[in-house]
Design a binder for this molecule. Structure first.
Ligand code: PGA
Length: 262
């Protein structure tokens, strides 16, 4: 069975190392001895704090919020996939809507970054999603198709199945306005159909698609497993360690009850 994936995006928070240390101690206290048998937890702190999380807890994986495509060279201000990998980072968010919006990242740019990440053995978490205006015009699928095509064209099955796709409707990010379970399920099916057309069913079956946008513990089920999603990408709620731990516990409990029924 695929693990439930919980990606926690700190965005540009917190602002001091002291807060990072406090976060870690609350997280550890809340998580206690909980075994993570069915949940993969990926924490994506600001890169400057990656070191503080590197040897934090062996149950936790480390992700970055951005990466450049090249190995090294004259690219002032950028961090290379090789550096991330060497540092112990395994995952990287690519094409988050805030990078698309504030840093003008295009669909083509995301394709280049995904290729760079794959080349140097990082797992890309590709974020896709439509704006409110696009949704209102009925363009959700056209937008997603374009965002996905820019990345998946030219990839082999083996490369494709390494990518985690995060469907994040932009209008649901930071707003507490949520799509319905049925709407998310519709998008999940659309993405699977898109991938199946290009690759094959076993390949797509091994891939993970998660939902992101205003995720909290109390709506976890409705936006993830009830909608056919393999996990969630959490933004604001990440900043509350007890909230993250509650989600982990909920995902683990669900798995245990699933096992009891099989
Ligand atoms: P949010 O952010 O959970 O605060 O809506 C989601 C995200 O940044 O991916």
């Amino acid at each position: 069975m695929k693990p439930f994936i919980l990606i926690a995006n700190f965005k540009m928070n917190p602002t001091t190392l002291a807060e990072v240390e406090q976060y870690k101690s609350v997280f550890e206290r809340e998580l206690g001895t909980q075994e993570l048998l069915a949940t993969k937890v990926i924490l994506c702190p600001p890169l400057l704090y990656a070191g503080a999380f590197r040897n934090f807890d062996e149950r936790i994986h480390l992700g970055a919020q951005h990466v450049f495509s090249e190995k090294n060279g004259a690219y002032t201000g950028e961090i290379s996939p090789v550096m991330l990998k060497d540092f112990g980072v395994e995952y990287v968010l690519i094409g988050h809507s805030e990078r698309r919006q504030y840093f003008h990242m295009s669909d083509e740019d995301t394709g280049v970054l995904v290729n760079g990440a794959l080349k140097y053995l990082l797992t890309p978490i590709l974020c896709v999603g439509e704006t409110r205006a696009e949704r209102e015009k009925g363009e959700t699928e056209t937008v997603l198709q374009k965002q996905l095509e820019a990345v998946f064209q030219g990839l082999s099955k083996m490369q494709a199945e390494k990518i985690i796709i995060a469907y994040e409707p932009r209008w649901a990010i930071g707003t507490d306005v949520l799509p319905t379970t049925q709407e998310i399920q519709g998008v999940q099916r659309f993405i699977c159909a898109f991938l199946t057309e290009r690759f094959d069913e076993p390949t797509v079956g091994r891939m993970s698609i998660v939902y992101g946008g205003s995720v909290q513990n109390d709506i976890l089920a409705a936006v993830s497993w009830e909608a056919g999603m393999d996990g969630v990408l959490v933004g604001r709620a990440t900043l509350f360690p007890y909230e993250v731990v509650k989600m982990i516990q909920q995902a683990e409990t669900r798995n245990l009850s699933n096992e009891a029924h099989t």
